[in-house]
Every structure is written in structure tokens, then in C-alpha cells.
Design a protein around this ligand. Structure first.
Ligand code: SF4
Length: 338
């Protein structure tokens, strides 16, 4: 999801391009104001991926986004509660062939206008309450026989995310969008998202996903691609780095070496596996399974190509030699695919 002001079409298109280059197949933009939906035609004309408009408080933004030609809109039942307004959005989306994601968030399902009911709801398991709210909201879609639907239910809590999505998958045969909302900083957010989304994806639950945390959205996409590639649900884009985590047997500090190799190869899109190992204990074993590997000894290192020793390197030769070897392996992969 972009974090630019959508009304700034230039900045938004630039960020959509960055996200797509990082691996995003679909990009969501927020449209809280008329100026944001007014910018959509200019954005859609240049976006290379389908665009989803995230509609919050006003159903007019949904109608405007549909008219602009977005691929999908996201409605939050906690924010647009008027049934008649929802019916109008459904009718317009059906006419235009636009998909709707109905996405509930833990924070917006509670109706605090009725204190007694609110108190009773707080006693219920949260995942059951979220599914119940979603089911009530979906009545308008069922009445209209609107089928172009995606559902989501997000919480900041990983276990709640797992429980609510399992329940939704049992109850509805519809595409589910996965995410942990307000997951926090990159360090905690990536782990919390991987715990929840990885569990669900491994169970075959989920069609689209967003990893979300504070900071650069490109990092969110990179984390999502890494998660999908780790579960073999998507081909890895770029090198897979197997790096020595360091221990008492280390012969050379390989952390800066691994980082320098990763940075120098950020433009490589082929899935070359690269092992950067700190000693000869596990190094040769990892080297066997990697396309390119380097195992450090005292002041020098052994370079391997698909398990075969290529040559011995001095410490200052390691990074350029590995980079050259990986580029050659990537070129061979490209040739074999052509
Ligand atoms: S590669 Fe060697 S130094 Fe690095 S963690 Fe493994 S055993 Fe330890």
C-alpha cells in the first residue's frame, strides 16, 4: 500500500512503480478526500499493476473510485454502516465489473453507541465477533447477488488473525486477503506478520496479502515476497542469501561480507542461491546446495560453484569474486530459460 497523498499523482505513481519493481502484483491507495479520487485517472493511466482504492468514511469516494476505473475497492464495514449507501456502491461496482473487498478491522467492529451491547460484545471471543459482524454486513451483498468479493479480517494480534481467517475459510468459499494490522515497527511487524500469515498460507488459506508496518512500504513488499518464496508459493526474485549466523568457530567476520554481496547484487532478479559461510565446519555442506558459495578460513576463503571448488581467495578478493560468479550464474539461468 502506498503512503503518499494519493492526490499527488506524481508521487503516488512513482511509489507504485517502486512497489511493483519490488514484487507487488496489486497496489492499494487511500482515497480519503475528493482530491484523491480526482487523481485516480492520472494514476491509473500510468500504473503498471491493478490499483485498489481504500475507501474509509464516505461512500461517495467509493462511487468516484469505481467511476475512475480501479480494479477493486476496499470497504470497511465499521466506517460505512448505512445499508442504502452500501447498496448503491454494490450496484455501481456490479455495473462496472469492479471487485469489492469487505475488510473488517479489530479496531472498527465495535459499536460503542450501545453501552450494554458493547459490554456484552467484549465478553465474546474476538474472532467470532469479527466473523459475525462481517456476516451481517455481507447480507447486502448476498441480497444483490454480488459475487466479485474478497473478504478480510485483520487484528494486531497474530493468533486472532489466524483464528478469524480459519473461521472465515470454513464459513465462506471466497478469496481471502490476509494481513496483520498495526503490526508495529519493521522488526516486530515482520515477525508478527510472518507468524500469522505464514501459518495461514501453509494451511492453504489466503489469496492476497499485505505485510504492514511503520516505514518504507517497499520493505513491506520485500518482506511479503520473501515470505511467499520461503513457503515456495512464489518464485524468489533475486538472490537467496544463506549467511553464516556466526558462532565460536568463526574464522572471519562474514556479516559485512554478506551485506556487501547482498548490496552489490540487488539488481539481480534470478534466484541464485549464495552461501557465505564463516568456517569450514558447515561451509562445504552448504556450498554443495548453493549455486555459489564461499567458506572462510584464516585470512582466506574457498570459492565454490555448485559444490565444486573454484579457487582460493584472499580476504579482499571475496566480495568481487562472489559477485562476478553470481552474475555469471544469473546469466546462465537467463540463457537456459530463453
Ligand atoms: S558457518 Fe561456521 S562459523 Fe558460521 S555459524 Fe556455521 S559453524 Fe559457526
Amino acid at each position: 500500500m502506498t503512503n503518499t497523498r494519493t492526490a499527488d499523482a506524481e508521487a503516488t505513481v512513482a511509489q507504485i512503480e517502486e512497489l511493483a519493481a519490488a514484487g507487488a502484483d496489486v497496489v492499494r491507495v487511500a482515497v480519503p478526500t475528493p482530491a484523491d479520487t480526482a487523481a485516480l485517472p492520472a494514476i491509473l493511466a500510468r500504473a503498471g499493476v491493478p490499483i485498489v482504492a481504500d475507501v474509509h468514511f464516505h461512500f461517495d469516494r467509493a462511487l468516484e473510485a469505481i467511476d475512475a476505473g480501479v480494479a477493486k475497492i476496499r470497504l470497511n464495514p465499521g466506517n460505512i454502516r448505512d445499508r442504502e449507501q452500501v447498496r448503491r456502491v454494490i450496484a455501481r461496482a456490479a455495473e462496472a465489473g469492479v471487485a469489492i473487498r469487505v475488510g473488517v478491522n479489530e479496531g472498527s467492529i465495535v459499536d460503542r453507541s450501545d453501552a450494554a451491547r458493547h459490554e456484552a460484545e467484549l465478553q465474546r471471543p474476538l474472532h467470532e465477533l469479527m466473523v459475525e459482524k462481517l456476516a451481517t454486513y455481507l447480507e447486502a451483498f448476498e441480497e444483490a447477488k454480488f459475487e466479485n468479493l474478497v473478504l478480510s479480517a485483520k487484528s494486531h494480534d497474530a493468533v486472532t488473525c489466524i483464528e478469524v481467517n480459519r473461521l472465515m475459510a470454513r464459513r465462506w468459499d471466497r478469496p481471502l486477503h490476509l494481513g496483520v494490522t498495526h503490526a508495529g515497527t519493521p522488526a516486530s511487524g515482520a515477525i508478527r506478520s510472518a507468524a500469522a500469515l505464514g501459518t495461514l498460507l501453509a494451511e492453504g488459506i489466503g489469496e492476497t496479502l499485505r505485510i504492514s508496518y511503520a516505514g518504507d512500504p517497499v520493505r513491506e513488499v520485500e518482506a511479503a515476497v520473501e515470505l511467499l518464496a520461503s513457503l515456495r508459493l512464489r518464485k524468489r526474485r533475486g538472490i537467496e542469501l544463506i549467511a553464516c549466523p556466526t558462532c565460536g568457530r568463526i574464522q572471519m567476520d562474514m556479516a559485512p561480507v554478506a551485506e556487501a554481496i547482498r548490496a552489490a547484487l540487488s539488481d539481480v532478479v534470478e534466484p541464485v542461491t549464495v552461501a557465505v559461510m564463516g568456517c569450514v565446519v558447515n561451509g562445504p555442506g552448504e556450498a554443495e546446495g548453493a549455486d555459489v558459495a564461499v567458506c572462510a578460513g584464516k585470512g582466506k576463503a574457498l570459492l565454490y560453484r555448485r559444490g565444486h571448488k573454484v579457487r582460493t581467495l584472499k580476504a579482499d578478493e571475496i566480495v568481487p569474486a562472489v559477485v562476478a560468479e553470481v552474475r555469471q550464474a544469473a546469466a546462465e539461468m537467463r540463457t537456459s530459460e530463453e
